[in-house]
Design a binder for this molecule. Structure first.
Ligand code: GAP
Length: 445
């Protein structure tokens, strides 16, 4: 499958309204994507599950919603201004720009272009350092600029609010601060759909602990986050694995890092990173801002700068993983049927109501009644815009687990036909028992 599967997923996402190219009517914007009506639903569901699991259901994590635009001082302290950069080189033949660390190495200074395969001698075509942060001018005039930055990770908003949060919550450590929000990076490697975007969304927890407990907390979070993808998101176990970073791969702030990797259509790649950031961030912010960011443990009478364990997940990559995991093709009567086998809680719609005869007012009236009844419990959609075969195919492609058809017989026997997305089996169900029937079926997913 691989590239073929990627192309099919991109096409399905566009065709059915999950993901569109950014600024498309003006020719698009590289590595910027918009979520359509169905994509917005699925994306919100991912964020809701994460927030419920970590902020609502736990006592040791609180939420935050900090701003995207941040002062230059923040990134001077965090090291992003100096260190958050890629080495880039232009291919002398095809003129495309690549990250040096992504090129295929042929010899000591000789690399092979990823696109046209010609040689790139980096002694001759010197790579240049390129900062990944997006800068914006907050001054009213162009002549007298005041630069600020769009955060490249939501984490910095948490670090700069650490003492604010500690002061208002009066909680002991360990304490996590969780945040969902946009982050921005001027990425150069493009062409991997929503895997690598310039504007994306993160779900991050900064879990502050006593330095003596950091290693244990790190190990806990690695397992916890892997389990989350299996149990709460429902990704297949065989498509997930853990990968610990080598020392030379670590980000400038990290003492240790493990990735949760997913088997994307183009191969195993990072879905989430769990890092032990030590006391790097709080110490640096304390040093540069000259504010005391230490923690005083009232019980042990100990003062220290906490270590931080950071499980950092991407909403967009989770979205991509869910779609990729659910994507399925099968042959039915000589034709290919494409199905998104989404769990009902992630399917944009759980039930589709499809009246068979849209010109019969009694059928329409009954179908609308069933629709509003379903909608009061699950996300539901009403569709009468085509022949039934076409409507089923459309619902299969967007992952709707149950299609309910209302026909002439429904008017007299008060029953409807429920079609199961995965088995395509159809059952006649009493309208008064329809909710119980669907609720029972959902339990088996
Ligand atoms: N605060 C730590 C941090 O930002 P990261 O590994 O650079 O670490 C964390 O990013 C997660 O954010 C990644 O695992 C990925 O899910 C998501 N992410 C990072 N860059 C991304 C991009 N350009 N497009 C989409 N998601 C991205």
């Amino acid at each position: 499958m691989s590239q073929d599967k990627l192309t099919k997923i991109v096409s399905l996402c566009k065709r059915r309204g999950f993901v569109f190219g950014g600024s498309e009517i003006y020719g698009g914007l590289s590595s910027v994507w918009d979520y359509g009506p169905l994509g917005a639903r699925l994306k919100k569901r991912i964020k809701d599950v994460w927030w419920q699991t970590y902020v609502e259901d736990r006592e040791d994590i609180v939420g935050l919603d900090s701003s995207i635009i941040m002062q230059e001082g923040v990134f001077r302290a965090s090291g992003h201004l100096q260190g958050f950069a890629d080495w880039l080189v232009d291919c002398p033949k095809c003129k495309k720009r690549f990250r040096v660390d992504k090129l295929e190495k042929k010899d000591i200074d000789l690399y092979s272009c990823l696109d046209c395969k010609s040689d790139i001698d980096i002694e001759k075509y010197k790579p240049r350092k390129f900062n990944l942060m997006l800068k914006t001018n907050m001054s009213a005039t162009e002549e007298d600029p005041y630069y600020a930055y769009l955060r490249p990770e939501t984490a910095q908003g948490i670090f700069v609010n650490f003492s604010n949060v500690m002061n208002v919550t009066h909680k002991p450590l360990p304490l996590g601060i969780a945040q969902i929000g946009k982050a921005f990076r001027n990425e150069v490697t493009t062409g991997s759909f929503i895997f690598r975007m310039k504007e994306f969304e993160q779900m991050e927890i900064e879990y502050f602990v006593n330095p003596k407990e950091a290693e244990k907390a790190y190990e806990y979070w690695v397992q916890e986050r892997l389990n989350f993808y299996i149990e709460k998101i429902g990704l297949k176990k065989e498509n997930l694995r853990l990968r610990e970073h080598d020392k030379d791969e670590l980000a400038h702030y990290a003492k240790g890092c493990t990735d949760v990797e997913f088997n994307f259509p183009f191969g195993w790649s990072e879905l989430e990173g769990i890092a032990n950031r030590g006391d790097y961030d709080l110490s640096e912010h304390a040093r540069v801002s000259k504010k005391d960011l230490s923690f005083f443990d009232n019980i042990k009478k100990e003062k220290y700068i906490p270590y931080v364990i950071e499980p950092s997940a991407g909403v967009d990559r989770t979205f991509f993983a869910i779609i990729s995991d659910a994507y399925h093709e099968e042959e039915v009567k000589g034709k290919i049927r494409t199905v998104l086998r989404l769990k009902p809680n992630f399917a944009p719609y759980c039930v589709a109501i499809l009246p068979l005869l849209k010109n019969r007012p009694e059928i329409v009236e009954l179908a609308k009644k069933v629709f509003y009844d379903m909608k009061s419990q699950w996300p539901a959609v009403y569709n009468d815009t085509g022949a039934i075969g076409k409507l089923y195919r459309r619902q299969d492609e967007i992952g709707t687990p149950f299609c309910v058809t209302i026909d002439v017989d429904s008017l007299t026997d008060h029953k409807v036909t429920v079609r199961n997305r995965d088995s395509m089996a159809q059952e006649r169900v009493d309208i008064s028992k329809l909710k119980d029937y669907i609720a029972e079926k959902i339990k088996s997913y």
